[in-house]
Design a binder for this molecule. Sequence first.
Ligand SMILES: [Mg+2]
Length: 274
Amino acid sequence: MQKERDSGGPLEALRVSEDFDGIVCDLDGVVYRGDGVIPGAPQAIARLRERGVHIVFCTNNSRLTLGQYVDKLARMGVSSVPEDVVTSGVVTSEVLARRGYKGATAMVVGDQGIRENLGDIGVRIHDGGGEQPGIDIVVVGWDVDFNYAKMRRAAAAVRGGAALIATNGDATFPAADELWPGAGAILASIEVASGRRAEIMGKPNTPMMEAAARRLEDAGSIAVVGDRPDSDLAGGEAMGWATILVLSGVVDAAEAAALDPQPDLIVESLADLG
Ligand SMILES: [Mg+2]
């Protein structure tokens, strides 16, 4: 692929769809912000699919279940099936299942999605209160109800020998109105309080990137599309994929110009692709 260093436009977009038959597409800041769709994104996805590009949606957000993501995408005008979506919660449960954590007891800092993902592989969830069983693993994701008591219980479990696993390490994510603290901000407090570092499953780390790659085994060449250089683009770069930065999320044009390494392509939004 010819490296494209300028801001995107129709010519570059044409080149993208000719060069790639697989796209790993981030969601927050790329397809939507909060509950608001990025203008033109659903149409671009449809155009790319019409040209035979296989798109896998890949999000570090572990809040929703796969079914809820399919429903959310449908509300945005994007059709999908659960196999089209990879979340850090799904990747976390896939990895834990492979490591034999079926039947283990987990304390979860996180929302419905990660709880359901862990339940699917037979992990028992205990969040404190009543008799405290032995906690084998503490799983940390984004949790809108995170508080001091959860931090205290999680840190105590880790100090007591539980493994510390995080769905993702994102410092922030783009909500509809502003940047909100992400799972990484929650995780940092538990790491400080426990004195231990977590193993992180989400982008840019290998478990998530390899999970996305497994779902694109039919693709000859892959590009990653994301709004976050330190997770989406770094993860794609590590896999040897082309990197496409959109400016509809956490990074503006001035920040994009200063990035090192530079993305292969920078576009205003997904609407400029396909
Ligand atoms: Mg994003």
